[in-house]
Write a protein that binds this ligand. Sequence first.
Ligand SMILES: Cc1cc2nc3c(=O)[nH]c(=O)nc-3n(C[C@H](O)[C@H](O)[C@H](O)COP(=O)(O)O)c2cc1C
Length: 191
Amino acid sequence: MTIVVSAIEGRRARRALSSEPIAREDIESLLAAAHLAPSCNNSQPWRFVVVEEPTMLDKVKEALPGGNYWAKPAPVILAVASRRDLDCTLSDSRDYFLFGCGMAVGNLMIQATSMGLIAHPIGGYKPEIVKAALGIPEAYVLITLVIVGHPGDATQLSDKHRAIELGSRDRRPLDKVVSWNRFAFEDPPAP
Ligand SMILES: Cc1cc2nc3c(=O)[nH]c(=O)nc-3n(C[C@H](O)[C@H](O)[C@H](O)COP(=O)(O)O)c2cc1C
């Protein structure tokens, strides 16, 4: 059995959230963990907008589609924005800003798990609504919203989400995503 750090193993994209407020120092711990992430040339491309005022939260939550109903109780939402030119742009389409922000959000999720909090990144939202509400300039990409909260009650979830919440981790076998010494994958042809 390989050893994986417990916060990595324990992290799940949990959806059962309570509306209990999160202490400011706890939010700051999450952000500090994110900001310790590595980035190309130490570019630190991540820009976090912390949304915690109720009126601002309501505006952001208006951008959520029905399937992300579960995020409505969240007391904090972190909007992660960046621009291509804020990080390395190298040959072979290596625009590292998305990667860097992903590394930062990865750190943040692990920190949240170790603190008993949920930090669940989502891509399901209307970016134009969130950008307008938060004053994020058009030139920035709103990469994700991280839904942050304390664990809540799974009975408030849809049947599908409750099954995922209480079920086991769903991953392809490791050898489908890892090959040793040679590239050997059976992905469908690139479009
Ligand atoms: C970029 C990204 C976008 C995601 N968007 C959504 C979303 O809009 N709604 C949602 O419920 N979960 C969303 N998720 C969570 C994934 O569905 C979840 O991470 C995946 O099913 C694996 O489950 P696990 O994180 O519990 O291992 C997103 C995750 C990532 C990384």
